[in-house]
Design a protein around this ligand. Structure first.
Ligand code: GLU
Length: 481
């Protein structure tokens, strides 16, 4: 890249699946770098695989990026709309002799690979049709054969670049599998569907991309793409290959590991803030002073590829959970309510009576907030506030305790119909204990068993005050007697 060119980076997802955590992490690094450099973060939807691409996946990817807070700066480029430009470049490569038509049939290619295998060699295209004479070509066409278009890769070429993560890189042309297919098979004279390495170069050049930041599984593609830049007389961008995300066993994170799409993490109750924070840590070591808990903006201020590791990054659920808990615990009750309300409503809750009141809901959020790890916990733990809980064994045992019964009876007799505040509630507990001749702890245990159907749960007084506002405290004490 010539000095002074504006920084323009892109994410180039293929809409053949939902937004994968690996793609999202690539998006994070692109976004952070663009922000840090005052550049632009662009999107290109690589939908040239027509069989497998779906509009619904494009939507999922865009929604996921928006949810994560990774805004892009220009209208997304749709690769399939640029096919004329791709074909024009293929024509140019054919004209300049950098590309040629290869008529080899599937059977011939399979036989070639078998031969190579038998000789203990790695499979590669043997460049057999590289220099067909016009007469040979005519003969294949007369046979009715179709042709792919291949780009010449000289075996003795050496490809080098300075990778922003991995430093000096060097590839031998002979390790790239022979002349590469840049357009699928098509009838004589036509140009079939252009393929990945070609279209990426054409589009990155057209979009004036200055830095290509993508997963290290693309390193061999980078070598091939650099040869295309050279053949086309284009200045290549700089490259940064980010480490893969690994599972606990140290293998590439895949579908087999269960959760891999951003939508799945979201559905499990992870916040966007925690997820982007965590993805940033997957492969990047924050400089001292930033700590591990930060916003995207804070990370962007200090982001550089110097601190991106070469080694794969192991996915660590404990750290993600810790970050998510930090985010949830830091939310104001009103904000937490905004996030939990749709989940509660999906359960048919929060629609009527005092439970429909925003103030009541916020107070519930204040109560539950500090114990949440994922948002879903705010649904599970809210069950007894919206539904009458089934008492567990501990609660049933407590109910059958005579002292507990006496205390609850005394409490019920004194329970006001109207408002109840913390001071009055404390006094009520003391009065009920005295009247029943038991310790205050027994009243509290009995009340907890009656209200929550369990001896465990959040702060009793706050729980009671909330349930008093919906009238559920009276019902449940009655039911427990
Ligand atoms: N569509 C490619 C992918 O999803 C893009 C790779 C690249 O960034 O060039 O892997």
């Amino acid at each position: 890249m010539a000095a002074g060119l504006p920084v323009r980076v892109r994410l180039a997802p293929s809409p053949t699946g939902t937004l994968h955590i690996g793609t999202a992490r690539t998006a994070v690094f692109n976004w952070l770098f663009a922000r840090h450099m005052g550049g632009a973060f662009l999107l290109r939807i690589e939908d040239t695989d027509r069989e497998r691409s779906r509009d619904a996946f494009t939507q999922d990817i865009l929604d996921g990026l928006r949810w994560l807070g990774l805004r892009w700066d220009e209208e997304p480029v749709v690769q399939s709309e640029r096919i004329d430009a791709h074909r024009a470049v293929i024509r140019q490569l054919l004209a300049s002799g950098h590309a040629y038509r290869c008529y080899a049939s599937d059977e011939e290619l399979a036989a070639m690979r078998e031969r190579q295998q038998a000789e203990g060699r790695a499979p590669r295209y043997d460049n057999l049709h590289r220099d067909l004479s016009p007469a040979q070509e005519q003969a294949y066409i007369a046979e009715g054969r179709e042709a792919v278009i291949r780009f010449r890769i000289d075996d003795d070429a050496t490809i080098t670049w300075t990778d922003m993560v991995r430093g000096e890189m060097r590839w031998a042309g002979s390790d790239l599998g022979g002349d590469m297919v840049i357009a699928r098979r098509a009838p004589a004279g036509a140009i079939g569907d252009p393929l990945y390495n070609l279209v990426v170069v054409v589009d990155d050049a057209a979009m004036a991309i200055s830095h290509v930041i993508r997963g290290e599984d693309h390193i061999a593609n980078t070598a091939k793409q650099l040869l295309l830049y050279q053949a086309l007389g284009l200045t290549p961008p700089q490259f940064a290959h980010t480490p893969l995300i690994l599972n606990q066993e140290g293998r590439k994170l895949s579908k087999r590991d269960g959760v891999t799409s951003v939508g799945e993490f979201r559905a499990m109750g992870y916040t966007a803030e925690a997820l982007v924070n965590y993805m940033t840590l997957l492969g990047w070591s924050p400089p001292e002073g930033l700590g591990e808990r930060f916003t995207l903006e804070q990370a962007a201020a200090v982001f550089s590829f110097d601190r991106v590791n070469r080694a794969g990054a192991r996915f660590d659920w404990d750290k993600l959970n810790w970050l998510n808990a930090q985010v949830l615990h830091g939310l104001a009750a009103g904000e937490l309510r905004q996030r939990l309300l749709p989940l509660w409503q999906a359960r048919g809750w929060a629609g009527e009576g005092a439970a429909a009141d925003a103030g009541w809901q916020e107070d519930l959020c204040s109560l539950l907030g500090p114990s949440l790890t994922v948002l879903e916990d705010g649904v599970e733990q809210a069950v007894p506030f919206f539904e009458t809980p089934e008492p567990d064994d501990g609660a049933l045992a407590q109910r059958s305790d005579a002292g507990s019964q006496a205390a609850l009876t005394a409490l019920l007799a004194r329970l006001p119909k109207g408002d109840l505040d913390a001071t009055a509630a404390q006094e009520l507990l003391a009065e009920a204990a005295a009247a029943a001749g038991v310790k205050k702890g027994v009243v509290m245990k009995g009340l907890r068993a009656a209200l929550l159907g369990s001896l465990k749960g959040p702060d009793l007084l706050a729980t009671w005050l909330l349930l008093h506002r919906t009238g559920a405290d009276r019902e449940r004490i009655v039911a427990a007697l």
